[in-house]
Design a protein around this ligand. Structure first.
Ligand code: BGC
Length: 726
């Protein structure tokens, strides 16, 4: 292909289309992720054609239901086909590092396995329809503050084990057609120009076969980006950039062969037709996902479910009538229809339902509205308050996690007027629930639920759906408790990921800190009992079985979670990490066995000395339970470690390190014995004293060699190390 055509292919021809050049036709890409936002107006970039607004990831992530995510992916694929879209820009799988993240509503979880499992099925479902996914934002795009420039400074283990792990899972298991690079820098280098990320990790290690597209406007230097492994710069056109790229090729500074092949391949895989989809069926699916994503946080005295007759209900709060159902920015969908909870509640019960708005837009406490709401609450059998955040959007982070003052005031006044008060929350990232939740018997976390949220909320409130959503992120007692708190949002172009591996629940657990509601938590209208977990190792997988009984009066769905710990690990670890989960649907009083699989690879840690994944030898504790802090049954398994995973010993390894290694210990014992026998080493004799031995333990052998009376010389050390390392 002609060099100019090759160069032209590497940038868009318009906001949402690639360039047709050299006989390769153009394709259309559009947002994503929880609906198809095909731009419908030339003047308004955010206005899209009507499409099903499925629940944003904050809610679909709380379903813990990969099968449902697969179906949602398929439905999104059908809508893309209907609108002649070839690549949907999603899913977003960055970790929710901080509850302040402005885009948390677009991301699944604070845990990489949960995010990875759900996103894998989303991608498989979408791509099975012949539509490509764009896994984003690669990588470490966990904040919006200064997102286009900030450097996320993160240590290697944390990067591998936390921020890249979900990407690795989706890439290796679902081969998304495209990966979208992030705006930010990672350890000082723009993600769009990051050879380590885009080539060494993504392609060489993970075997990614697809195309890397830039986030919209993420590329600073087109040639540097292509060199690093980026293929397509969006949006376009960028004629000047294309010329620079062509010049670099002519001057043999750049080779576009691979990139050209990848773009051709993507276009060839794409389908261009317009099959139809059923608006009704997709709305129903959106409702099902929404209902599954709702998390019941509190249900004292079984205040819920609501009764469909003989119980008058006060519905309070504007969000009941005017739902808050998605966040702001590029993911904003124009829904095909919109359910509201007030209409759905009114339609479900034969008893009187009375409504008062309680607050207006903005955050001003309005006494008249509060008094009206309190009166309705006092005169009704039960009060349901709708409260939540008023805005969360791409492009900026939040500054606190508190509910707006007007919403807090409404909760307080209603709870004082009627002890049977249930709060329904609409929010894209967690809000503080303490201390006000102590004053209400019922609390329903309804997130941002998409266009069918109103009916889904009614489904759960009345018990047509028994809630099974689980928290995909911890709700802290207060913001300052959060592990990320001291290192967010950074300054002067850098944000230090100071909590390291201890992201989210890992950090709360490591510091034994109280939380409002732990990761994995969620109530049901029934109760479940766990039997003894059993485990067997077969090849590279560990199969676990957990008998679960529905001990309550209604049918329900339990999400069994498996957390793994490695007692006595040679590296720093979080107390426990989610490694598998599975749903069991159980009729009242029925028992069934949940079967879960943990892949050996998921037990590996990234060893920074060896530069690879290592499964440590020895005992692992597998705990199955209903949340990260409600572990019901455990089993210990001994696993064989990764071969050749011993840390090499060197002249600058310490005395203690030598003694910790069986071969090193034997060699050193021999040297010390010889020195003692010859009487020529006062240092060795002194080491008989326990205190001195301890002091010497921290000294590298080559430093010890510099002290008079040491049994080592540089030559003998080199020999010793060679012997130790075999
Ligand atoms: C967002 C992406 C989005 C793209 C196209 C960017 O600002 O970060 O998530 O896909 O715009 O709208």
């Amino acid at each position: 292909m002609d060099i100019d055509d090759q160069a032209a292919l590497t940038s868009g021809s318009a906001f949402w289309t690639t360039t047709a050049a050299g006989g390769v036709p153009a394709i259309t890409m559009t947002d994503g992720p929880h609906g198809v936002r095909l731009q419908s107006s030339d003047t308004d970039m955010l206005a899209g054609r009507p499409a099903t607004c499925f629940p944003p990831a904050v809610a679909s992530g709380s379903t813990w239901d990969p099968e449902l995510l697969h179906r949602m992916g398929e439905a999104l694929g059908r809508e893309c086909r209907a609108m002649d879209v070839q690549v949907l820009l999603g899913p977003g799988i960055n970790l929710k590092r901080t509850p302040l993240g402005g885009r948390n509503f677009e991301y699944f979880s604070e845990d990489p396995i949960l995010s990875g499992v759900l996103a894998t099925e989303w991608v498989r479902g979408l791509q099975a329809q012949g539509v490509g996914a764009s896994l984003k934002h690669f990588a470490v795009n966990s904040q919006e503050t200064d997102r286009m420039r900030i450097s996320a400074d993160v240590d290697e283990r944390t990067l591998r084990e936390m921020y890249l792990r979900a990407f690795q899972r989706v890439v290796t298991r679902a081969q998304p057609w495209t990966v979208m690079c992030a705006y930010n820098k990672v350890n000082g280098v723009y993600a769009s120009q990051n050879h380590f990320l885009l080539t060494e990790v993504l392609r060489d290690e993970w075997g990614f076969e697809g195309l890397v597209v830039s986030d919209w406007g993420a590329v600073v230097d087109r040639v540097a980006a292509l060199e690093a492994g980026l293929d397509l710069t969006m949006p376009g056109p960028d004629d000047a950039g294309d010329r620079e790229v062509a010049d670099a090729v002519r001057e043999n500074r750049l080779d576009l062969d691979k990139t050209t092949k990848r773009i051709k391949r993507l276009v060839e895989m794409s389908v261009s037709d317009t099959t139809d989809f059923s608006v009704d069926e997709h709305h129903q699916l959106a409702r099902q996902v929404a209902a599954r994503g709702i998390v019941l946080l509190k249900n004292d005295d079984n205040v819920l479910p609501l009764r469909t007759e003989g119980q008058s209900i006060a519905v309070l709060g504007e969000f009941a009538r005017t739902p808050r159902y998605q966040g702001g920015g590029s993911s904003q969908i124009t829904p095909t229809r919109l359910d509201d909870a007030l209409t759905e509640i009114t339609a479900t019960t034969t008893a009187p339902v009375r409504f008062a708005p309680g607050y207006r837009a903005g955050n001003t406490v309005d006494e008249t509205l509060l008094a009206e709401a309190a009166t309705l609450a006092a005169g009704s059998d039960i009060a349901v308050v709708f409260a939540g955040t008023t805005q969360e959007t791409e492009g900026s982070d939040r500054t606190d996690i508190d509910l707006p003052a007007a919403h807090l005031a409404l909760i307080e006044r209603v709870a004082a007027a009627n002890p049977r008060t249930v709060v329904v929350l609409s929010n894209g990232a967690v809000v503080r629930t303490s201390p006000w939740d102590a004053a209400v018997p019922g609390l329903v976390e309804a997130w941002l639920l998409g266009q069918a949220g109103g009916s889904a909320i009614a489904d759960v409130l009345f018990g047509r759906v028994n809630p099974s959503g689980r928290l995909a992120e911890t709700i802290p007692l207060k913001l300052a408790d959060h592990p990320s708190h001291l290192d967010f949002p950074g300054e002067n172009g850098h944000v230090r990921y100071g909590e390291g591996l201890h992201v989210g629940y890992r950090g709360f657990d490591a510091r034994e800190q109280e939380v409002a509601y732990p990761f994995g938590f969620g109530l049901s209208y029934t109760t479940f009992e766990y039997g003894q977990v059993t485990a067997t190792v077969t090849g590279d997988t560990i199969a676990l079985s957990v008998p679960v009984t529905n001990t309550g009066g209604v049918d329900g769905r339990e999400i069994v979670q498996v957390y793994v710990s490695k007692p006595g690990s040679r590296v720093q670890r979080s107390p426990r990490e989610l490694k598998a989960f599975a749903a069991v649907d159980l009729a009242s009083t029925a028992t069934a066995t949940a079967t879960l699989t943990v892949d050996r690879d998921d037990l590996a840690y990234w060893d920074t000395r060896l530069g690879r994944w290592i499964v440590e030898d020895g005992d692992y504790l597998f705990a199955a339970g209903a949340s990260s802090r409600d572990l019901r049954t455990t089993v210990t398994l001994s696993l064989d470690g990764t071969p050749d995973s011993r840390w090499p010993l060197a002249a600058d390894s310490t005395v203690a390190e030598w003694f910790a290694d069986p071969r090193g210990a034997a060699l050193l014992t021999e040297v010390f014995a010889e020195a003692r026998a010859s009487g020529g080493s006062p240092l060795v004799t002194m080491a008989d004293d326990e205190g001195i031995a301890q002091l010497l333990g921290g000294m590298p052998l080559d430093r010890l060699a510099m002290f008079p009376g040491s049994p080592f010389t540089p030559e003998s050390l080199a020999k010793l190390a060679a012997q130790a390392n075999g």
